[in-house]
Design a protein around this ligand. Structure first.
Ligand code: NIG
Ligand code: FE
Length: 403
């Protein structure tokens, strides 16, 4: 039985208002002068260190790893609910052209498809493992990975299978764009996605997703594809409103999607539909940063009562950052979210977007996925943008190497 005792925490963010010492109206469930005990990978106690004495005596028996946080902040590991890490190739030239004024378009995806199809399993596996370490070093302890750069049955199946080696949260995105060989037969491609491709990928996946936007799939196509995935037992998510308004949000909410992602362009009806639903709205401000698009209106979504998650969307085209601290800094600086709202959205919000209750919080029963910051509070993530503040990271109570 292994026990981790983290004490001397200047500020502990639990995302649980019931934590001893937390204010009942604070969604972050933040506690000053705190301690946390984890056993066998799960949090068993968290709260004010001064209140810990009886529990500490009982729980701190046997083999205990003691860590003095030295007054620094501890937060839940980031939950990055939207990435496209299963790919090969390089599109830095596309980024350079964009910075010189070119517009982002969905079609660039096809160049990554060609490179990904040409890559071996070993290359793709090495890339995924590299990203897993890169994410951990920045405090991300849970992450989703989409397929979508294979776009034929064998390649989509292999991306889903390889992604499953690094995460439980695999999303089948055969409907990323229509591949070149189906340029004259869109409905044939939708048949492939909803038939043999779904059949091959579903065993490795938890989710189905569609890129419903200009240059990608229509709302009618999205509805067909998502319904097929749902009928196959997959949860629903969607890329919508990245390049323009459309019917994607309506379709996704109608299918009880876990998340609508991007949401840069939303109608008032979209915002109302999200507010009245169980669907999280996942904002990806790294995309707007890397494509020079206008940022989404996070304040309008929050005022309407929509639940927001923040994610990286790490991909070789529209946004090649895997840094959740950077995303938080953008959310605060560019979306007008408070540092508290941004941290919640990058942890508990991401967990909601993946319909998970065991991550994104640090209260009893949760996985002991936590980050010790080299800072007195999470506010520093936005206050000191670009500075590596992630000092130590634990997943299931086991410390990950972050250097
Ligand atoms: O989320 N929008 C669709 N997919 C990615 C971009 C993929 C690419 O350009 O390679 C996104 O932005
Ligand atoms: Fe995406």
């Amino acid at each position: 039985m292994s026990t981790l005792f983290l004490h001397g925490i200047g500020l502990l963010v639990t995302n649980d208002q019931h934590t001893s010492g937390a204010r009942a109206d604070d969604p972050l469930g933040a506690v000053e002068d705190a301690a946390l005990i984890a056993r066998d990978g799960q949090v068993v106690w968290a709260g004010r260190q001064a209140d810990a004495a009886p529990q500490v005596a009982r729980l701190l028996q046997g083999d205990v790893e003691r860590v003095d946080a030295g007054g620094r902040a501890v937060i839940p590991g980031f939950v990055d609910s939207h990435t496209h890490l299963a790919f090969a190739g390089d599109r830095s030239a596309e980024f350079v052209a964009r910075m010189a004024g070119e517009r982002y378009a969905a079609g660039g995806i096809r160049s990554t498809v060609a490179a990904t199809r040409a890559a071996s399993d070993e290359q793709l596996r090495a890339t995924l493992q590299h990203f897993e370490r890169e994410l951990a070093s920045q405090g991300t302890t849970s992450f989703e990975v989409k397929t979508g750069y294979g776009l034929d049955v064998d390649n989509e199946e292999r991306l889903a299978r390889l992604a499953r080696e690094v995460t439980d949260e695999v999303t089948f995105l055969g409907a990323h764009v229509v591949p070149s060989e189906y340029a004259d037969d869109r409905s044939g491609y939708v048949d492939l996605v909803t038939g043999p491709m779904l059949h091959a990928c579903a065993p490795h996946a938890r989710w189905i997703d569609v890129f419903c936007d200009e240059g990608a799939f229509t709302a009618e196509e999205a509805e067909r594809i998502l319904t097929a995935g749902r009928d196959r037992g997959l949860g629903v998510r969607i890329h919508a409103g990245q390049l323009g308004e459309g019917e994607g949000v309506r379709v996704a909410v109608g299918l009880d999607a876990a998340s609508v992602d991007h949401a840069t362009y939303l109608s008032a009806d979209d915002v109302a539909a999200l507010a009245a639903s169980n669907t999280v709205c996942t904002l990806l401000p790294g995309v707007e940063f890397s494509t020079r698009h206008p940022y989404p209106d996070a304040r309008a979504l929050l005022s309407a009562g929509v639940t927001i998650a923040l994610a990286s969307d790490c991909n070789p085209g529209s946004c090649f950052t895997s840094s959740m601290p950077f995303v938080i800094a953008l959310a605060v600086r560019e979306l007008g979210m408070t540092p508290d709202e941004a941290l919640w959205a990058a942890t508990a919000g991401g967990a909601r977007a993946l319909r998970r209750d065991d991550v994104g919080r640090l209260s009893p029963g949760a996985s002991a996925d936590l980050v010790l910051l080299d800072a007195p509070s999470h506010v520093y993530l936005a206050y000191r943008p670009g500075v590596p503040l992630v000092r130590r990271v634990w997943k299931h109570g086991v410390e990950l190497r972050v250097d």
